[in-house]
Ligand binder design. Structure first.
Ligand code: FAD
Length: 415
């Protein structure tokens, strides 16, 4: 892989940028692979990269029905944090956050990781108590968080109205090393590094069936023909139920469209991420100056990737009391992504009832932040055939055993 560097930029500037190579290869699909990953979102690409890098397995195809990063990975509001309640969650989200810190260097691609701090506002007594509890849990888990007073909140975010009539700010849970990253760049960086290690990324190819023999996966049927494989990873977020049906099992997952919007660009006015979960809205400012605003999920199951007018209205109405300045902003665009929600708001990572078939899904509204950790864990699980320590608590069997990892406070609304 040609290294991106300041020197390379200078050299290419001198020769009219004629020397850049394609970031990843577009190979013909082979007839068989050791591992096939379905879904070239962040999680699928990270899984392929860590399979190659950590476990030396390079005979891999990542098969994507659209373009890589075109699912939720390229549609989210890019919040990265690890301040969850349960120990199992803290372990995998903090692993991911830690990997994000060094990812630009490791992948030689600027993913624009910006640990600007994530603030989760408490606007009811109940919420305040909940955040105190998470803060205590985080201290024990070794995740650095702290509680802020309303005055400290105001000092960090001067544009915030903390004495709103309905929902005054009572405090906030603050993670100083949380933040954002450029979502497309995360997908592109993993794609480039994985491709360089020999992984074939096959775009515009839909998996339409899964073949099996004697309870063991044997391959996939795609819109470009059949492919044999020894191991299969299903990493398709909102389409997990569809792929599980092809493999012959059911998942405790609901698919809904989650929406977001951005405003017109304005001068820098907020340099942290703020989440206001009681009123249900959150915002940060992109490098272009747009306010990136997260909205709600549709109240019914669906597979659309569209925004809808009532969500803009609801979300902006919810945020205006706390951020009066946004009342005059024009909205630039809105969109939706199909998220995969589990009942306990925690992911599913591990084995499935079909031998050789592994799954990674259920990240719901909050799986951008976990991409490196989840890819790391699923790669280890696929390589050894058994869940690694990070993945083990998140097995599908927990739903049959009633062993839930309840993150409804830390993740139910928040991202
Ligand atoms: C509006 C919105 C805001 C969000 N905000 C945040 C946030 O701030 N922070 C956070 O951490 N998370 C956030 N999330 C959640 C996060 O985006 C997802 O959890 C994460 O991106 C999931 O990544 P993935 O790789 O699993 O899925 P995806 O990126 O959706 O990738 C799955 C891929 O599988 C492909 N696929 C599906 N079916 C098939 C098939 N049959 N054959 C081949 N390919 C197939 C799809 O085309 C897709 O590209 C948000 C999501 C949305 C929609």
């Amino acid at each position: 892989m040609k290294k991106y560097s300041a020197f390379a930029i200078a050299r290419e500037a001198m020769r009219g940028h004629s020397g850049w190579k394609r970031a990843w290869r577009s190979p013909e699909m082979k007839k068989s692979y050791e591992v096939v990953i379905v879904g070239a979102g962040g999680h699928g690409l990270a899984t392929a990269y860590y399979l190659a890098k950590n476990h030396g397995i390079t005979n891999i195809a990542v098969i994507e029905k659209g373009w890589l990063g075109g699912g939720n990975t390229g549609r989210n509001t890019t919040i990265i944090r690890s301040n969850y309640l349960q120990d199992e969650s803290a372990a995998i989200y903090e692993k991911a956050r830690g990997l994000y810190e060094g990812l630009s260097n490791e992948l030689n691609y600027n993913i624009m990781f910006s640990p600007r701090g994530v603030m989760m506002l408490a606007q009811t007594e109940h919420e305040l108590r909940g955040y105190h509890r998470i803060n205590q849990a985080n201290a024990i888990q070794g995740v650095a968080t702290e509680m802020l007073t309303p005055e400290q909140v105001k000092a960090k975010v001067p544009i915030m109205e903390i004495n709103g009539p309905r929902y005054p700010v009572l405090g906030a849970l603050w993670q100083a090393r949380g933040g954002t990253a450029r979502h497309d760049a995360v997908a592109w960086a993993y794609a480039r590094a994985a491709s360089d290690l020999g992984v074939d990324i096959i775009q515009q190819t839909e998996v339409a069936g899964i073949t099996q023999s004697g309870g063991q996966v044997t391959g996939v049927q795609t819109t470009r023909g059949d492919v044999a494989c020894k191991k299969l990873g299903l990493v398709v977020a909102g389409h997990s139920g569809v792929l599980a049906q092809m493999a012959g099992f059911r998942l405790p997952i609901e698919s809904v469209s989650l929406q977001a919007l951005v405003s017109e660009p304005i001068k820098p006015c907020i340099d942290v991420v703020v989440m206001a979960n009681t009123v249900h809205g959150y915002l940060s400012q992109s490098d272009k100056g747009e306010l990136v605003i997260g909205g709600g999920a549709d109240g019914y199951n669906n597979y659309t990737q569209r925004g809808s007018f009532h969500h803009i209205e609801e979300t902006v109405r919810a945020l205006i009391e706390t951020f009066p300045i946004i009342s005059r902003l024009k909205q630039l665009r809105q969109w939706g992504g199909i998220v995969d929600m589990t009942g306990d708001r925690s992911p599913i990572i591990g084995k499935t009832p079909l031998g050789g078939c592994f799954i990674n899904c259920g990240w719901g509204t909050g799986g951008f932040k976990s991409i490196p950790g989840s890819g790391w864990a699923l790669a280890a699980t696929i390589a050894s055939g058994e869940p690694d320590a990070l993945a083990a608590p998140f097995g599908l069997d927990r739903f049959a055993e009633g062993r839930f990892i309840d993150e409804s406070v830390a993740a139910g609304v928040a991202h």
